[in-house]
Design a protein around this ligand. Structure first.
Ligand SMILES: Nc1ncnc2c1ncn2[C@@H]1O[C@H](COP(=O)(O)OP(=O)(O)OP(=O)(O)O)[C@@H](O)[C@H]1O
Ligand SMILES: [Mg+2]
Length: 261
């Protein structure tokens, strides 16, 4: 029972993709997994081709549970076997409530505690923007995975995240792993970024382990476009190049197995 988060103050670095596949990988192994989308874009639904479930009902957002208008089970949206998502409606409004009412923070903690008794893992998918909701849930996270894009702006995201943690008094030691994303062995820039990231991590997040970089692979965008996950059954993924899929899966599993959660 653990709360695991992917975070980075920079957008589009692969937070949702990583946590989406990580969650699915555990669900496939028979673990009961919940992904809480704190991003009100709820883009985690796209990873599993379940966007229709964001809008098909408007009474099953996290806010309804927090306001006492829904039960714990009502807001769970099943997207795969053993894999459930929770969507949020308006994180700015929710953050305002959390800022103004200490009671709301306690309600949120109670909800997370309660779900922890049902699920083996709770994953939290954050947006790059910050709000009170982000601070509260980062504080509640057992492990934070900091996803860093390996391009010219990626390292900026790393520093902004460190600064954000310091400014808001969030424990930097909560960052257990750094997940470099978008590597390419044929390009210079990601290689240099990766080397720089390792140096900076040693200085600013010495307790965090820098994982091997995830390669930039076009197959990720392609299957996401069709609403398929790399951990879906092979039958559903037949139109895609088998070799590329296998390579991606192997790479991801190797990295997932290095994460002790
Ligand atoms: N290793 C990769 N190779 C190729 N494309 C990738 C890789 N990782 C992520 N992507 C693609 O990059 C885009 C952004 O990824 P994703 O939505 O996971 O990022 P994010 O950090 O969650 O973004 P946001 O800040 O908007 O929440 C998506 O189109 C995704 O398919
Ligand atoms: Mg995202």
């Amino acid at each position: 029972m653990a709360v695991i988060s992917t975070f980075c103050k920079k957008g589009g670095v692969g937070k949702t993709t990583f946590i989406g596949y990580f969650a699915h990988y555990y669900a496939k192994q028979g673990k009961k997994v919940l992904v809480l989308s704190v991003d009100d874009q709820n883009s985690i639904f796209k990873i599993y081709g379940a966007e229709d479930k964001i809008f098909s009902r408007n009474d099953n957002y996290l806010e309804f549970l927090m306001a006492g208008h829904a039960e714990m089970g009502d807001i769970l949206i099943e997207v795969r076997e053993n894999l459930y998502l929770i969507k949020t409606l308006n994180t700015d409004k929710l953050s305002m409530k959390l800022t103004l009412e200490r009671r709301q923070e306690k309600i949120l903690q109670t909800i997370i505690d309660e779900y922890q008794t049902f699920f083996d893992y709770i994953f939290v998918d954050f947006p790059p923007s910050s709000s009170r909701l982000t601070e509260v849930l980062l504080d509640m996270s057992d492990d934070i995975l900091l996803v860093v894009g390996l391009d010219s702006l990626g390292l900026g995201g790393f520093f902004n995240t460190i600064q954000y943690f310091i400014d808001n008094d969030i424990n930097l030691n909560g960052i257990k792993y750094i997940v470099p994303n978008g590597y390419s062995k044929n390009k210079r820039a990601p290689k240099i970024s990766f080397e720089q990231l390792k140096d900076q991590a040693q200085e600013f997040t010495p307790t965090a382990e820098v994982l091997p970089p995830i390669n930039d692979r076009s197959i990720i965008k392609n299957i996401q476009f069709e609403g398929l996950s790399v951990f879906d059954d092979e039958g559903n993924l037949t139109p895609y190049d088998k070799k590329s899929l296998e390579t991606l899966k192997e790479e991801l599993i190797e990295i997932f197995n290095m994460i002790d959660i």
